[in-house]
Ligand binder design. Sequence first.
Ligand SMILES: CC(=O)[C@@H](O)[C@H](O)COP(=O)(O)O
Length: 256
Amino acid sequence: MDPLIIAGRSFHSRLLVGTGKFASNAAMVSAMEGSGAEIVTVALRRVDIDNPADSMLSHIDRNRYLLLPNTSGARDAEEAVRLARLARAAGCEPWVKLEITPDPYYLLPDPVETLKAAEILVKEGFIVLPYINADPVLAKRLQEVGTATVMPLGAPIGSNRGLRTRDLIAIIIEQAIVPVIVDAGLGAPSHAAEAMEMGADAVLVNTALAVSANPGGMGIAFKKGVEAGREAYLAGLGRQQDRAEASSPLTGFLGD
Ligand SMILES: CC(=O)[C@@H](O)[C@H](O)COP(=O)(O)O
C-alpha cells in the first residue's frame, strides 16, 4: 500500500496519461488500460465538454478514471480561468490541470500567467495541478498559493527527450510539500523510472504512448517503469561515487 494522495484523494497508480495525438479512440483506450492509470487528462479545447456523447469523452469511463480537464492552448491566465470555469459548469469535478503556453514553438509554460491563474482558481475552490517549468522558486510560490501538486516539465512537450531538467527537479522534490508530478518530454519507460527513482510522486505521459506502434503495450511498459522506479526509491538507491569500490573485497570480511 503506497497510495498517491492528491488533495486528500487516494490513487493506486502513479502514472497519469494524456489523451492527445492518438490515431484512434481505440488506441487511446488501450493505452489507458495498459498503463493502469486512474487519472486521464483531456484538453478542454479539443472536446465538447458539455456533451457526454462527444466522440472522445464517450470512450472514457468516468467510473474508472478521474477526468482531469486541462487548459492546453490557453495563452494567458484569463483564457485558462475561463476554460476551467466552463468545465466545472459542465459538471466536471473541480480539478484542473493548468497549462498556459503562449509560445507555440516550444510550448513552454508562462510562469507569471500560471501563478496568476492558480491564485484565482484556488480561491474559487478548484483543485489546481499546474504545469510548470522546472523552476523551484515558482514551484514554492504555487504551493504557497495552494495548488494541489506541481508538475515540472522533464523536457518540452512531445520532445521525448527525457529528464533534461533533472537537477532542478531534484530541488523541487526536496522542497515540495505537495506531490511532484513530472510532466512532459518523457519518451521512454526508463525516463519515467528515472523520475520516480529521484523521488517524484508520479509522472504524466502522453506522446510516447500515442506515437507508439502499440499504445497498449507501451502503456504496460510505462506502468512497469513507474513501478520499478518507485520501488527502487523506497528501497533506497546506493550512492554514486567517482572511484571504484570492489564488490567482492578481499579484506574486511569473515573476521579479517
Ligand atoms: C503539459 C502537457 O501538455 C503535457 O501534459 C503533455 O500532454 C504530456 O507531455 P508529453 O506529450 O511529452 O508526454
